[in-house]
Unconditional design. Structure first.
Length: 285
């Protein structure tokens, strides 16, 4: 077989793979949004849930989803970005740094249910936080850390060495070169990684079932981090499996559609400015 035929077969294969993925994604969106969009209303999105009567909403769950996401990023971003910068710039090639990298890789492959059980033992039981928003956010930050570390390290390493060398040659310290040159140049890749982490966190349920609980506060919105914090994804699981409300199926359809819309909008609101920033940093190319 000639290289021309091989290239043509490879092109057909990759095009077919891409089309299959698009069709699957389209079917996924049509199925969920087709069933869930008719259930969405302002009352459903902002109203409080009901345990017995039909017609409850998901307002507290939607608020808790973003509140826990914000707190988890508040915990994990400084540590994850700092560790990534250390591995990319400061760390030397020795046994200690190899152990760190292996540990990060191992943590990134741990199932989320294991993180949930660990968070239950550490934050809920040992630290006495019980089922709370802060416990769920702290456990979720552990899930985010390996991805943030790897994304930061790869983003820093992708910046040309000339940037680093030119900054040091002009008399800047290492910290000034990192803060004013390396991190801004790596920012588009960092934003992409943060977007992936945030999207995963918004849809996470296994961790939060064991740490944030299956109930919400009587007050809405409740910024108390020690209150229970059922999220939208956890509520979706709950109404499908254990709820006794007569319209549980409709609530599940609406919750699934709302969760999907929230994740898509969240990704677009971050991805579009990231693309514009990347275009600006690359000189408009």
């Amino acid at each position: 077989m000639t290289s021309k035929h091989t290239d043509r077969l490879a092109t057909i294969y990759f095009w077919a793979t891409g089309c299959i993925i698009i069709v699957l994604l389209g079917w996924f969106l049509v199925r969920i949004l087709g069933d869930g969009l008719p259930m969405l209303s302002w009352k459903f999105i902002t109203g409080k849930p009901s345990e017995i009567m039909a017609g409850g909403g998901v307002g507290p769950q939607l608020f808790n989803s973003f509140y826990i996401l914000f707190l988890s990023l508040l915990f994990s971003l400084p540590i994850g970005v700092g560790a990534g910068v250390y591995l990319a710039i400061y760390a030397k090639k020795n046994r200690f740094t190899e152990i760190i990298r292996v540990s990060v890789e191992a943590l990134s492959s741990v199932p989320s249910i294991v993180f949930g059980l660990f968070g239950f033992l550490l934050f809920v039981n040992w630290m006495g936080l019980k089922f709370s928003i802060i416990g769920g956010a702290a456990t979720l930050s552990l899930l985010n850390l390996p991805v943030l570390v790897r994304v930061t390290e790869e983003a820093i390493r992708a910046v040309p060495d000339s940037y680093w060398e030119a900054s040091l040659a002009l008399g800047s310290t290492r910290w000034q070169a990192i803060r004013k040159v390396m991190l801004p140049a790596a920012l588009p890749s960092l934003i992409t990684g943060i977007t992936l982490v945030a999207g995963r966190a918004l849809g996470e349920s296994a961790i939060l079932i064991y740490t944030a609980g299956l109930s919400v506060s009587r007050f809405f919105p409740d910024f108390n981090p020690l209150s229970m914090g059922e999220t939208l994804s956890v509520h979706l699981w709950y109404v499908q499996s254990e709820a006794i409300v007569p319209d549980a199926r409709d609530i599940a359809k609406g919750s699934a559609a709302l969760l999907l819309i929230v994740v898509l909008l969240f990704n677009l609101l971050i991805a579009i400015p990231s693309r514009l920033l990347q275009k600006k940093l690359s000189g408009g190319k």
